[in-house]
Write a protein that binds this ligand. Structure first.
Ligand SMILES: Nc1ncnc2c1ncn2[C@@H]1O[C@H](COP(=O)(O)OP(=O)(O)OP(=O)(O)O)[C@@H](O)[C@H]1O
Ligand SMILES: [Mg+2]
Length: 161
């Protein structure tokens, strides 16, 4: 499904809507060019989860963890890593619930991942002609798909932007 995000507030709002409904264990894979809105969306996600700490991209650390919301949020940004480095990190630990407190894992620059978690929600952001952004949401996971369709059918994702 594809949505128009006319301004940064719309990107933020999409994140908030997702943050209110997505269950622990969700992996969000964000892709898109520099400045396409990945961090903005994750900031909204944090708001939707009830996180009040300001969210900024983990540039010098690999991951920022926020434990104060409805479920934990793990924010990763792979921008500075090459493929070998990403593989060496064993990020699978983040979607293996035996190793980490189950939470929502949001990964910027998910294009860098060779081994994609099969049940992830993909958010691909692109620049739109009018200065805003477009986002394509997709997932193979039936329960996540149902959640996204439910958000859409209630107009939460589009009407309020
Ligand atoms: N839908 C939108 N329309 C217009 N501007 C937007 C939209 N969403 C976000 N922005 C703006 O785009 C800029 C870059 O956003 P952001 O930092 O979230 O991008 P990013 O994808 O995380 O960038 P990077 O690739 O550097 O990590 C910010 O100024 C933000 O406010
Ligand atoms: Mg960013």
């Amino acid at each position: 499904m594809e949505l128009e995000l006319p301004d940064a507030a719309a990107t933020q709002r999409l994140g908030e809507d997702l943050g209110r409904v997505l269950p622990a264990g969700t992996i969000l894979l964000l892709s898109g060019d520099l400045g396409s809105g990945k961090t903005t969306l994750i900031q909204g996600l944090g708001t939707g989860l009830g996180i009040v700490d300001p969210i900024s991209s983990p540039t010098f650390t690999l991951v920022n963890e926020y434990l104060e919301g409805r479920v934990p949020l793990y924010h990763l940004d792979l921008y500075r890593l090459d493929g070998h480095e990403v593989n060496d990190l064993y990020l699978e630990a983040y979607w293996d619930e035996q190793e980490t407190a189950p939470g929502i894992v949001a990964i910027e620059w998910a294009e860098r991942l060779d081994n994609l978690p099969p049940q992830a929600v993909h958010l691909a952001l692109t620049y739109a002609d009018h200065g805003g952004r477009n986002v394509t949401l997709s997932t193979q996971n039936p329960s996540h798909r149902a959640l996204l369709e439910n958000l859409l059918s209630h107009g939460l994702l589009v009407d309020e932007v």
